[in-house]
Ligand binder design. Structure first.
Ligand code: ARG
Length: 574
C-alpha cells in the first residue's frame, strides 16, 4: 500500500500542471486493467476539462516532457487518453546492487537523526530479584531500538534504571540475618537472595513483626549505617554480577546504570518546586498531585511517614535526563501494567509547565508467559531468563547436530541459535500483545523464527563462499544485459524488498516497534528462498552469474544487518 502511494507521488512529481497540486494529481493515477499496458496509468479525462484540450493531446504532451528528463521508466506511452508508465526494474536493481556492494553493512544507514539524542530507559531490573522472563521484553525491545536509532544517525543513551531502592532491602537484610550467609551468596548468587526473600514473605504471614523489623533496617540503610550499607552493596553487586552474564550473552550494554537510589538527593528541589507552584495537596498527611480533572488517581509523591516513592524518583530522573542529555525523546520501555504510572508522571511534568513532557514516551509491551503458566517473585514460581536461554541453547544444539554432524564450532553456533531464537521470538509480534513462549515453536527451522532466517543467511553466505567471495563480484558496474538476468517475478520481488531496508528501520522507529524489522527480514528470507529455488546461481550462464551473485550478496547483507539490529547473531555456517 505504502509502496504504491510512493510510486504515484513519484510519477506526479514528474508532471507539471499549473494550478494542480501533486497530491491531487497522484490521486488520479491508477493501476491499469492489464499489466502488459504498464505498472501505472494516468487517465487524462479530468485534466481535459481543466486544460481545455483533448485527453489524448494532453497525454502526448506530458509524455514528451517526461521523456525529455531523467526518469525512472522503461516506457511511457500515450494511448486513448491514458498515459501509461512502466518502471525500469533493471535500473532499480542496478542502483540497489551497486549501493549495497559499495556500502556493505552500512547499507540502510542514514543521518536522519543527526544531532538528536534519544534516552531509552530499558531492562531496568530490580536488585536482589531474579532476572526473570518478565524482563525479557523490555531488555530486547530497548536494545533493538537503541541499535536502530544508532543506524539512523541518532545518539541513543541506554539507561538501566535499576530498582535499587525500597523497603525490600530491609526485608532482605532481615532475611539474610536470620537464614542467609555470605557463603551461600558467594555460592548461589542471586538465587540465594531470592530464596531467603521468598522465605521472608512466607514467615511474615504468621510473624507480622518481621515487617516492622524490615522497616527499621531500611531506615538504617537510609541513614548510612555501616552494616546496613555493607549488605545493601553486597546484594547490589551480586545481582549486577549475575545479570551482567545474561546481558553479555544477549550482547547488550548500557550507557548508564543510574537507578532509583541515584535520585535520593535529587528529589527535594523538585518537591520544593511543586510546592511553590501550588501543585501539591496534602491528603491524610501524604503529599500528592491531584489529577482528578484528568480522570486519573492522584500521583502520590511523599507518604505520611516522609518516605518517597517510585514516582518521586521517576520525576527526579526525568528532570535529570532532560538537564544531562537535552533529549529529543525520552523513552520508557516498560510493561503496560505501568500505563497509569507514566500517564501520571507525564501529566505532572506538563502541569509544572515543561513543554518537553511531549517528548516523553511510554513504550509498553505485553506479557510473556511459558506454556505452563506465569510466574511471580513472591511465590517463588519464577522462570529465570538464564534457564530459558540455557534450555533453548541445549535444544538448538540437538537440532543442529541432527542436521549437520560435521559442523565445526557446533557449540558456538548452538549458543547463537538458542539465544537468538528467544530474542527473535520476543521481537516478532506487535509488542503490545501478550505472548506464550514455546521452545518447539521458537526453534522451528521452517517457522517465522531466528533459525529460519539464520539458516537462510548461512545459505547465502555459502553460495558466496563457493563463488570465491565478494571480491570476485566487484569490478565494472553491471550492464543492462547482465541486470536483465534478474528479471522475472522472484528477482523483482526480492530487489524491491531489499530496496526498502532503510525505510523499514525508520518505520520501526516511528512506531517504537522493532517487530517491523523482524517481520521484514522474515519476508526477505522467504523471498530469497523462492528465488533460490527458481533460479540457477553458481552455475548460471556467464552473463547472468555476476548479477545473481550480487543479489545473493545484497540479501546476505540485509539479513545479517537486520538480525544484528534486533540483537540476533548470524552464524556463517549452520
Ligand atoms: N524496575 C521497574 C520494574 O521492574 C521498572 C523501571 C522502569 N523504569 C522507570 N523509569 N520507571 O517494574
Amino acid at each position: 500500500m505504502q509502496k504504491t502511494d510512493d510510486k504515484k507521488l513519484l510519477i506526479a512529481a514528474l508532471i507539471d500542471i499549473d494550478g494542480l497540486d501533486k497530491e491531487e494529481l497522484a490521486s488520479y493515477i491508477m493501476l491499469p486493467p492489464d499489466t502488459s499496458m504498464g505498472d501505472y496509468a494516468l487517465p487524462c479525462f479530468r485534466l481535459a476539462k481543466i486544460l481545455r484540450k483533448s485527453p489524448q493531446a494532453i497525454a502526448e504532451e506530458l509524455k514528451e516532457s517526461i521523456l525529455a528528463r531523467d526518469n525512472p521508466f522503461s516506457a511511457v506511452e500515450a494511448v486513448n487518453g491514458y498515459l501509461n508508465f512502466k518502471f525500469d526494474r533493471t535500473q532499480a536493481a542496478g542502483k540497489l546492487l551497486a549501493e549495497v556492494l559499495e556500502k556493505g553493512p552500512e547499507y540502510g544507514s542514514s543521518a536522519e537523526g543527526e544531532g538528536k539524542t534519544v534516552c531509552i530507559d530499558y531492562s531496568s531490573i530490580n536488585i536482589a530479584k531474579p532476572f526473570h522472563i518478565g524482563h525479557l521484553s523490555s531488555t530486547v525491545i530497548g536494545a533493538a531500538l537503541y541499535r536502530m536509532y544508532l543506524k539512523r544517525g541518532y545518539k541513543p543513551v541506554g539507561i538501566n534504571h535499576l530498582g535499587d531502592w525500597g523497603t525490600q532491602f530491609g526485608k532482605l537484610i532481615v532475611a539474610y540475618k536470620k537464614w542467609g550467609s555470605d557463603e551461600a551468596i558467594e555460592k548461589d548468587g542471586v538465587m540465594a537472595l531470592t530464596k531467603i526473600y521468598v522465605r521472608f514473605h512466607e514467615e511474615a504471614e504468621t510473624h507480622p513483626e518481621l515487617e516492622e523489623e524490615a522497616r527499621r533496617w531500611f531506615k538504617r540503610i537510609e541513614d548510612g549505617d555501616a552494616e546496613a550499607t555493607r549488605l545493601y552493596n553486597l546484594f547490589k553487586e551480586k545481582t549486577l554480577e549475575e545479570v551482567g552474564k545474561v546481558y553479555a550473552r544477549l550482547g547488550i550494554s548500557f550507557d548508564s546504570y543510574n537507578g532509583e537510589a541515584f535520585y535520593n538527593d535529587k528529589m527535594a528541589p523538585i518537591l520544593e518546586r511543586l510546592e511553590a507552584q501550588n501543585l501539591i495537596t496534602v491528603s491524610d498527611g501524604a503529599k500528592i498531585v491531584d489529577l482528578k480533572e484528568w480522570g486519573m488517581s492522584p500521583c502520590l509523591l511523599v507518604k505520611a511517614d516522609g518516605a518517597t516513592l517510585y514516582a518521586t524518583r521517576d520525576l527526579a530522573a526525568a528532570f535529570y535526563r532532560k538537564k544531562t542529555y537535552d533529549f529529543f525523546k525520552s523513552l520508557y520501555v516498560v510493561a503496560y501494567q505501568q500505563n497509569l504510572h507514566f500517564k501520571q508522571l507525564f501529566k505532572v511534568i506538563e502541569l509544572m509547565g515543561e513543554s518537553w513532557y511531549k517528548d516523553m514516551v511510554h513504550v509498553p509491551f505485553g506479557m510473556v508467559s511459558l506454556e505452563d503458566g506465569t510466574m511471580s517473585t513472591r511465590k517463588g514460581k519464577v522462570v529465570w531468563l538464564k534457564d530459558v536461554l540455557d534450555r533453548a541453547v541445549e535444544k538448538a544444539g540437538e537440532i543442529i547436530k541432527e542436521k549437520n554432524e560435521n559442523l565445526s564450532d557446533a557449540a558456538a553456533v548452538a549458543e547463537q541459535v538458542g539465544v537468538g531464537s528467544v530474542v527473535f521470538f520476543a521481537l516478532s509480534n506487535n509488542r503490545i500483545k501478550d505472548i506464550v513462549f514455546s521452545y518447539d515453536r521458537v526453534l522451528n527451522f521452517d517457522g517465522e523464527t531466528a533459525p529460519y532466517v539464520q539458516y537462510t543467511n548461512a545459505r547465502a553466505q555459502s553460495v558466496l563462499r563457493k563463488a570465491g567471495g565478494i571480491g570476485s563480484l566487484k569490478g565494472a558496474p553491471l550492464t543492462k544485459e547482465e541486470l536483465s538476468a534478474l528479471s522475472g517475478r522472484e528477482g523483482e520481488e526480492l530487489v524491491s524488498l531489499l530496496a526498502r531496508f532503510g525505510e523499514t528501520v525508520s518505520e520501526a522507529l516511528s512506531k517504537y516497534e522493532p517487530s517491523v524489522v523482524t517481520r521484514y527480514i522474515i519476508d526477505v528470507a522467504r523471498s530469497f528462498n523462492r528465488y533460490y529455488l527458481a533460479h540457477r546461481i553458481l552455475n548460471a550462464p556467464e552473463g547472468e552469474r555476476r548479477a545473481r551473485l550480487q543479489l545473493v550478496y545484497a540479501t546476505h547483507v540485509v539479513l545479517k544487518e537486520g538480525l544484528r539490529l534486533i540483537g540476533v547473531a548470524a552464524p556463517e555456517e549452520m
